[in-house]
Design a protein. Sequence first.
Length: 241
Amino acid sequence: MLVRLNKFLSQAGAASRREADQMIQEGRVKVNGRVVQELGEKIEDAGDMVELDGRRVKKEERMAYVLLHKPVGTVVSLKDPFGRTTVRDLLTSLKVRVFPVGRLDADSSGALLLTNDGELAFRLAHPRFEVQKIYLVKVDGVPDDTALDKLRKGIFLEGRKTASAKASIVTRSPKHALVRLEIHEGRKREVRKMFEAVGYRVSALRRTHFAGLTLEGLKPGHWRMLDAAEVRKLRKRAGLA
């Protein structure tokens, strides 16, 4: 069966589709000994030999689905050129290679899904599938009704308006407020930029929910495998059988 090369790499757990495209353009991928740098290249799923950085890539027989409570200071990457702690460093006892679904800033904490199910990861990270993400955001000051309404209706960031959101104040004090924000996008540092756009600096940010998954029972730095029922729900959310 013919499949796109980036999809094969994703399904094999080597990288996300976006990362695979970059690897291909950098000349790091070979098919049957030939360097391939064109995006959209198709290969024979079962017959062609694919190599990444000189090592053969094979599809992972066992699919793995991991929920991690990412602590502040950990980088959402499989390796870091600056020697910072990565999410892979927290999964040393996991024998299957997985990669992160979407983003979560180093200075943020919370729910992060990792998997080697490339098709599911691609869909959960794509805005078209409107995957629910809920954050608890501590800000300096107390947002007024005007600011909250702007967050709900959408804000122009870098020339593009954010999707509608749900925003409500959980607790408040004279100097700070804790805001619950529900969104369905995942742009880089989107939550922080949204609050900055309405005049409030974020001092702490934690993602409490991702695609229906919660942090219940998970301490920072700890992880667990999803059960079969949770995987079925995720695949249903992503429009997969």
